[in-house]
Design a protein around this ligand. Structure first.
Ligand code: TXA
Ligand code: MG
Length: 327
């Protein structure tokens, strides 16, 4: 057990990490649960703290392109262009790892996922440390990612010594994960960098890989990831509205945009008053957590967003949450 401190002291975070402990770090996407990526004992602590199965590999966080290059066998051209253009930022790139990366980090896979995060405190931390940071999202395995220090504290209090407080996450959606396969750019996870941005930057076929509940290539593709504990239904049709009430279910609504005609409900959260997808992404995980913990809500009804830009990643997370409910 630890006393979990929350603060902005980069030096204190660095000292715990140098001791091989885990520290929660802010990034522009979500909070990460970080440890020394080159130390298998420290990396094992991440899995233990999150209750994460060892088959699910971790993202390695670096300061910049040069730091990433030192960890991989090669940085093929289209991926290099993406790194140069979008780092630091919400883009994770799969590259063939060098032996210096422990197998535990990649769950035995030949490729390592690497990203340079854009948050200034975490960049200061990476500048100060002589090693890169392995960091999954700082939530118990399968649950919604944390976008504030309080989210991390609520779930990992007592398990880690320090949460580096960088305020609420600016993007609020996990990174987009890409890699090359047979001359195509594969998107393994939709995320904080919209596909449209990739399309304008590389001149090649872009394939969005479907996630699967059975045999994922990236376990983040598991259909039931990112889910609240309560059942979540994608916006039921108006004919179904009376059903919940007749079954005595108290409904919490998650709306993209303010609407006039609403089903009977106990609570509602609007992700963006103006229908702005960036704002909606930023608010999504806090809203889901809040409805999930509300004592007057039994079931969450969520409205999908327009399927453009960050809307695709938002819809992806909502569908996975809904898939859990129907399991
Ligand atoms: O924005 C983000 O990506 C956040 C912040 C902290 O950087 N991190 C994050 O990590 O979302 P995590 O572990 O919750 O999700 C990373 C996903 C996992 O689903 C994992 O399966 C996949 O990336 N992944 C990691 N390494 C991989 C690899 N070598 N091959 C295939 N998939 C990999
Ligand atoms: Mg995660």
């Amino acid at each position: 057990m630890f006393r979990t401190d929350i603060g902005t002291d980069v030096e204190q975070a660095a000292r715990w990490l140098e001791l091989g402990q885990c520290v929660a770090i802010p990034t522009e996407t979500v909070y990460g649960l970080a440890a020394n990526a080159l130390d298998p004992v420290a990396v094992a602590r991440i899995f233990e703290t999150k209750n994460r199965p060892a088959f699910d590999p971790l993202i390695v966080h670096v300061l910049d392109f040069a730091a990433a290059e030192a960890l991989v066998e090669e940085f093929p051209d289209p991926l290099r262009q993406l790194a140069v253009r979008f780092w630091p930022g919400p883009l994770t790139i799969l590259l063939t790892k060098r032996v210096i990366i422990p197998d535990l980090v990649t769950a035995g896979l030949p490729r390592v996922a690497i990203r340079a995060p854009a948050h200034s405190l975490t960049r200061q931390l990476l500048m100060r440390l002589p090693f890169p940071l392995a960091a999954p999202s700082a939530n118990p395995f399968g649950y919604i990612s944390p976008t504030t220090p309080q989210h991390v504290y609520d779930q990992l209090q007592g398990k880690i010594p320090y949460i580096l407080d960088g305020g609420p996450c600016a993007v609020g959606m996990e990174s987009t994960i890409v890699g090359l396969e047979n001359g195509s750019l594969i998107v393994y996870r939709l995320g904080g960098l919209p596909i449209e941005a990739l399309e304008t930057s590389v001149n090649m076929r872009i394939v969005v890989q479907k996630h699967s509940s059975s045999r994922p290539t990236a376990p983040g593709m598991l259909t039931t990831h990112y889910a609240p504990r309560k059942p979540l239904l994608l916006w039921p049709s108006a004919e179904d509205w009376p059903k919940a009430a007749s079954e005595g279910q108290r409904v919490g609504l998650l709306l993209f945009y303010p609407r006039k005609s609403l089903p009977p409900h106990n609570q509602s959260i609007v992700l963006s008053q103006t229908g702005d997808l960036k704002e909606a992404a930023r608010n999504l995980f806090s809203a889901l957590r809040s409805l999930d913990s509300a004592s007057d809500v039994d079931v969450i009804w969520a409205e999908e967003c327009p399927a453009v830009g960050l809307g695709r990643a938002i819809n992806d997370r909502l569908r996975r949450a809904a898939a859990k409910a129907s399991e």
